[in-house]
Design a protein around this ligand. Sequence first.
Ligand code: NAG
Ligand code: NAG
Length: 209
Amino acid sequence: MGYKILCFGIFCVIFAYYIYTPIPENIEECWRVRMIDAVVKTTSLVGTLFEEIGLMKYEDTFLTLSSLHLSKPVSDENVTVIDTNFSDIPVRLYLPKKKSEILRPAIIYLHGGAFVFGSCKMQPYDDLNRWTANKLDAVVVGIDYRLAPQYPFPAALEDSVLVVKFILQDKILDKYGVDPACICISGDSSGATLAAAATQLVCCVSLEV
Ligand SMILES: *[C@@H]1O[C@H](CO)[C@@H](O)[C@H](O)[C@H]1NC(C)=O
Ligand SMILES: *[C@@H]1O[C@H](CO)[C@@H](O)[C@H](O)[C@H]1NC(C)=O
């Protein structure tokens, strides 16, 4: 019994050492960054092990983990949440319920996930997009662009651009009461790359017109 506890203790210490990363103390919510880093590192380790023993591909481990966090489109007292398609691409809409005298801003959000996993329907993104809709009284659109390696580059970028162009149509701006002069494209990680690229492509196209 004592021997087992000792082995378990040593394992914990080695594992803690493995997942430890020095993080600057002066950033906000240091413990949260540390926790996310530990989860990603542990998933990466499990992914490597699973791939080595031929159980599943490395990226599928991340895909499986992210699919555990998917949420349903649940409306609340302030925001109507709808899953639909824009140009055949799945999107999740957050529409503020309160009547507005003026046109609303729109925030288009592209989730991260190294281009291979993640979804705007994951709980943390659902929380973030809902919060943004509430806080800014804005229409928020989360995009589920196609993921690699099943759909290699530039599928994700094509989807992002298609959705942005879909939203920029007069009838869609009218339908959701969006101010065309106040549309923001944003994202995190790989989603931020897509946001930057999509913004450039859409702006270049509109300059040519
Ligand atoms: C709805 O908005 C009110 C006022 O901004 C806020 O206090 C409340 O927490 C919001 N409800 C939800 C579910 O976010
Ligand atoms: C969106 O399109 C997908 C296929 O691309 C389809 O399976 C899904 O049912 C559509 N969803 C809605 C809400 O139309």
